[in-house]
Design a protein around this ligand. Structure first.
Ligand code: PEP
Length: 236
């Protein structure tokens, strides 16, 4: 069964997040969809949602701490209030815009691993690295596994080429196959693709060998489109 994840980034309010989660939940319940669906709302929209077991709410980020003096961050005290046990780590926007280093990413990974969180861990190369060819791209990606326990039982990987995120440019099937095959040879974990996945290409992408689902930003923010995405992949 496919794993379909939605990254809200800095979109939606508490009110629209609640509507979104309720509607997706109703759809999953009424249509007996077995896919695992994960939604990452903003921290301000986390809540105690009553959902079916295959609709999981995760956090886009949190600091590697229970509580303390880390202005602007949240820790597990805040996540526990909403029983959140799923976290997105290593997203390229946190690495490249917010400047998280591999060391910081690995520290966060290890903290949440020890607590048993489901971790969706992102890796992916910028355009200048892609232009250097497959070998360099793979070397760049492998560097993003430094300090990461790739045997962790609750780990889901997401390959997200930076040049395809939010740009409308999806990687070609060949690009996806090359990278996914190489990663899967080394790491036997569910591996999602992310980068401009849309309603009309999600089925084709998720049907490729070694693609276990999709992590979707822009195209997932509209609830009708997100439900269509789940519908289009429900039997994969
Ligand atoms: C993402 O942010 O994880 C992502 C894949 O974004 P988009 O679908 O907009 O490219």
């Amino acid at each position: 069964m496919a794993i379909i994840a939605s990254n809200f980034k800095t979109n939606h309010t508490r009110k629209t997040t609640k509507e979104f989660v309720c509607n997706v939940n109703e759809y999953l319940k009424n249509n007996e969809i077995l896919s695992e669906v994960i939604v990452f709302p903003t921290s301000t929209s986390l809540d105690n949602f009553d959902t079916v077991s295959n609709l999981i709410i995760g956090t886009q980020n949190a600091y590697a701490v229970h509580k303390g003096s880390y202005t602007g961050e949240i820790g597990t005290e805040q996540l526990d209030e909403f029983s959140i046990k799923t976290i997105l780590i290593g997203h390229s926007e946190r690495r490249h815009i917010l400047g998280e280093t591999q060391e910081e990413v690995a520290q966060k990974f290890n903290f949440y691993k020890q607590l048993g969180y489901k971790i969706v861990y992102c890796i992916g190369e910028p355009l200048e690295v892609k232009k250097e060819g497959l070998q360099n791209t793979l070397e760049y990606i492998y560097e993003q596994f430094v300090g990461i326990d790739t045997n962790y039982e609750n780990l889901i990987l997401a390959y997200e080429p930076v040049w395809a995120i939010g740009t409308g440019v999806t990687a070609t099937n060949e690009d996806i196959i090359n990278i996914h095959n190489a990663i899967k040879e080394k790491i036997s974990k569910p591996l999602l693709y992310g980068g401009s996945v849309k309603v009309n290409n999600v089925r084709e992408i998720c049907s490729l060998d070694n693609v276990d689902g999709a992590l979707i930003g822009t195209a997932s923010w509209n609830q009708e489109d997100f439900i269509k995405i789940i519908e289009n992949t429900k039997d994969i």
